[in-house]
Design a binder for this molecule. Structure first.
Ligand code: ZN
Length: 390
């Protein structure tokens, strides 16, 4: 089956102007100013994108697929993510991970969930591990997990500078990074260490020291939650200026009840204004984890599940409120992430030969249509393909 997206403004993510896109199976087969479907031997479904923007599907490298939380007891464990929550957020590729709880949640279950979501229609990867070091694995070894299990592209989220971390020593973190790196080298993956950086003492200090003292390159580490506090953002900017890539958490914002954090779109603008190259910034949702809700005195009022939709909301704010060029804002949630994860240009780009992961945004930048691997998952703002139990 062929699909033809006609008359849209195409962002690759760089702006290429008005063009038509022919989707052949799960890939993009042709991009031209005008593709005429008449005379084609096969049936062609035409999707009219007149007045709309055709952009790469979003990539979210931090999703608690099988739930997270549990930090206010067993009743606060968040449930598994459903396919429609992913699609509604415009996400077509996601990386799943465990968080604080590596005891009642297992990498094995995460792998099964990732495989399930892939069957349901999106592209998935996972990190082995959880907050703690020594961390949780499937084979008993981070390096083996990365080498032997296709979906595992690194280790994470490993917690540092947080009261919930295992308080790892520098040597322990260095050794873990070395395992991930060699695992990556031997399997043709990035072997990333996806770091949960908390708001505790030290921030990124340990990572700076490891990069300085050892032969592990700065690109091995992807520190996230960098907009978690003022001090952390300052350190993150230093990290990015030194050649690293920093990840902003779209779900962490004072507007969503997280008082210490810096609004993601503002944090990104500050990074750019202070000289961080655009290519060193990514954004992820931290979706499906738990968010504590506080009253004005700072007492916990309850818990809510973090939505994956904050990723799109902050992208939109970058363009609409902050005036960032649309192609630049898109890079932060598409091509930059694909490059960090080692998936580019198969993912994160509208390109002949790339996967047909496409989002169509209306004039107000709302998500209108989502296509994942050539399959239409959302149309006219409505999710059309649901998960098995929805
Ligand atoms: Zn985290």
């Amino acid at each position: 089956m062929l699909k033809l997206i006609k008359n849209g403004r195409v962002y690759c993510p760089e702006h290429m102007g008005k063009a038509d896109l022919l989707i052949v199976g799960d890939k993009i087969g042709k991009i031209e100013e005008n593709i005429d479907p008449s005379g084609c031997l096969l049936e062609v479904e035409v999707i009219d994108a007149q007045g709309k923007n055709v952009v790469p599907g979003f990539i979210d490298q931090h999703v608690h697929m099988i739930g997270g939380g549990g930090e206010a007891g067993f009743a606060s464990r968040t449930p598994e993510v459903m396919l429609s929550s992913i699609i509604r957020a415009g996400i077509t590729t996601l990386v799943g991970l465990l968080g604080t709880d590596g005891t009642t949640r297992q990498v094995q279950s995460l792998l099964a969930k990732a495989r399930g979501l892939e069957i349901e229609g999106v592209t998935t990867y996972i990190y082995t591990g959880a907050y703690e070091i020594p961390t949780r694995t499937i084979t008993g070894n981070v390096r083996w997990d990365i080498i032997l299990i296709d979906k595992i592209i690194g280790v994470g989220e490993i917690a540092i500078s947080d009261h919930r971390s295992a308080q790892p020593t520098k040597q322990e973190l260095k050794r873990l990074a070395a395992e991930a790196r060699v695992g990556g080298i031997l399997s043709g993956k990035k072997g990333l260490v996806h770091l949960h950086v908390g708001r505790g003492k030290g921030g990124l200090n340990m990572v700076f020291e490891i990069v300085e003292e050892s032969d592990i390159p700065i690109s091995q580490f992807v520190p996230t939650h960098i907009n978690g506090s003022r001090a952390l953002l300052d350190q993150g900017i230093r990290f990015a200026m030194a050649g690293g890539v920093i990840d902003i958490t779209s779900g962490a914002s004072p507007m969503r009840g997280d008082r210490d954090s810096i609004k993601p779109s503002k944090a990104i603008m500050e990074c750019l204004e202070r000289g961080v190259p655009l290519g060193r910034i990514t954004m992820s949702s931290d979706g499906n984890g738990s968010i504590p809700l506080y009253d004005e005195e700072g007492n916990i009022m309850g818990l809510t599940v973090a939505s994956l939709e904050s990723l799109h909301a902050e992208f939109r704010d970058l363009v609409v409120e902050e005036g960032l060029d649309m192609s630049e804002a898109l890079q932060i949630i598409t091509s930059n992430v694909a490059k960090v994860l080692g998936l580019y240009p198969l993912k994160g780009r509208i390109n002949v030969g790339s996967h047909a992961d496409i989002v169509i945004l209306d004039e107000g930048l709302n998500i209108d249509t989502v296509i994942a691997r050539g399959r239409k998952m959302m149309e006219g703002g409505k999710v059309t393909v649901k998960g098995t139990f929805e």
